[in-house]
Ligand binder design. Structure first.
Ligand code: AMP
Length: 284
């Protein structure tokens, strides 16, 4: 694997690959890699792309300074995992390389109601920060395909919209990859490392709630009752839940009730101790 820290060097390498006609598959990450991230690399490889993974902890998308300060960094282990997966390129830029004038000066994007619901409501400015860094990274890498995880469902919709705003919808194929889970259903996440043993043992409840929301939709239950049950179940285990919600899967418009015939997604965000976890599940 070749590691590039400078934009110019990465671009020179990618220009050579483009000349050979090899499609470029891009996997943006913030590092502390796990099997979920690696599954994106594997997907890109399986589709015959030169795999370009980036690791950049984007200061612009953290509205909580403590969350940014505590964000895990495991670069040597990340490099080993990427090499084992056969990733071709790692782009590892500094903050200065990405934001030479500072994040505030970077081009800003807006995403309408997509940036104000769920994660956007809980983390004001988060998706504007995601938009800033993704616009810069897409401009640098100019990929043929972009691989992102459905684990961050709202982020997938935001980045798809960003591609549309940047006029890249035709050029960049967006691939939303399935969520990799631990055996108890907990969605793999870099933040899981911060769970202590007892918190980790309880965290499978998030997935159980999503499964219950789905199965109760199939059996014709009332969503308000299912939602209350989930909130109580999580509270009993010490979780402080921000939302257990149902939304239109395409627009993320919140739904008060199951609507058969509409594509729906269930979304959960909850905290245990200082660790904030999110997950989601498509219902149909
Ligand atoms: P992050 O490093 O958390 O910004 O994640 C980088 C990419 O990996 C994003 O597209 C995430 O949605 C994706 N990702 C994170 N966790 C998982 C997972 N458990 N399964 C699949 N993809 C994931």
């Amino acid at each position: 694997m070749i590691v590039f820290k400078r934009i110019a060097e990465l671009q020179e390498y990618l220009a050579g690959q483009r000349k050979n006609g090899t499609p470029i598959g891009f996997i943006p990450t913030m590092g502390a890699l796990h099997k979920g991230h690696i599954s994106l690399v594997q997907q890109a490889k399986a589709e015959g792309s030169v795999t370009v993974c980036s690791i950049f902890v984007n200061p612009a998308q953290f509205n909580d300074k403590q969350d940014f300060d505590l964000y895990p960094s495991t670069i040597p282990d990340d490099i080993t995992l990427l090499e084992q997966a056969g990733c071709a390129v790692l782009f590892l830029p500094s903050v200065q390389e990405i934001y030479p004038q500072g994040p505030e000066k970077a081009a800003a994007y807006h995403f309408g109601s997509l940036e104000t619901v769920f994660e956007g409501a809980m983390r004001p400015g988060h998706f504007n920060g995601v938009g800033k860094v993704m616009a810069i990274l897409l401009d640098i890498v100019q990929p043929d395909a972009l691989y992102m995880g459905s684990k961050d469902y709202q982020q997938c919709l935001v980045v798809k919209d960003l591609c549309r705003q940047m006029g890249l919808a035709e050029q960049v194929r967006f691939v939303a990859c399935p969520t990799c889970r631990e055996p108890d259903g907990l969605a793999m996440s870099s933040r899981n490392r911060r769970l202590n043993e007892s918190q980790r043992a309880l965290a499978g409840i998030i997935y159980q709630c999503l499964v219950s929301i789905q199965s109760k939709f199939e059996s014709g239950s009332d969503f308000a009752i299912v939602q209350k049950e989930c909130l109580e179940l999580m509270a009993a285990k010490g979780f402080e839940t921000e939302y257990v919600s149902l939304a239109d899967a395409d627009t993320l418009a919140p739904l008060a009730q199951y609507e058969p015939g509409r594509r729906m997604v269930a979304l959960i965000a909850t905290r245990i101790g200082t660790v904030r976890l999110i997950d989601n599940m498509l219902l149909n």
